[in-house]
Design a protein around this ligand. Structure first.
Ligand SMILES: [Zn+2]
Length: 152
């Protein structure tokens, strides 16, 4: 089986909330594609409820693009502790942290969930704006950090 970066990360030695550079690929055409680990919940201690995670996904999809050029994708982690952000780089964890912080502040100001109708979303009933705000507030209060990769 192919190696997967996140399976080699020692999840007991990281401290959420954080930003971590999880991968960098140089394409044959010379583009740099980077993957960042945006972690909100401490692995194996806490996890976001699906509705809060889903609402954050909808809000951050736009808000991160407002503060960061080159966003390709933002996807929730299956373990529900954060998101993977894929960008056209090279950026830096510090630059991503700055944009993520502004995006989380934007979550606190949100009055509705974008794209949350039956036509726009695959599970439109599973949203929680107040829950999303609570997780954004918690991360901002605890303070976002840059996390180095600590491997097994
Ligand atoms: Zn959705």
């Amino acid at each position: 089986m192919a190696e997967v970066e996140s399976f080699k990360l020692d999840h007991t030695r990281v401290r959420a909330p954080y930003v971590r550079l999880a991968g960098r690929v140089l394409t044959p055409r010379g583009d740099v594609v980077e993957k960042y680990d945006l972690r909100l919940a401490q692995p194996n201690r806490e996890a976001l409820p699906t509705a809060s995670l889903h609402t954050l996904e909808h809000l951050l999809a736009s808000l991160l693009r407002d503060h960061l050029d080159g966003v390709i994708d933002l996807s929730p982690m299956g373990c529900r502790t954060g998101f993977y952000l894929t960008v056209l780089g090279p950026l830096s964890p510090e630059r991503v942290l700055e944009a993520w912080e502004k995006a989380l502040q934007g979550v606190l100001r949100a009055e509705e969930v974008p794209g949350a109708s039956e036509k726009e979303c695959g599970n439109y009933r599973d949203h929680d704006l107040e829950g999303a705000k609570a997780w954004a507030r918690k991360a901002l209060e605890e303070g976002l950090k840059v996390q180095e990769s600590v491997y097994l």
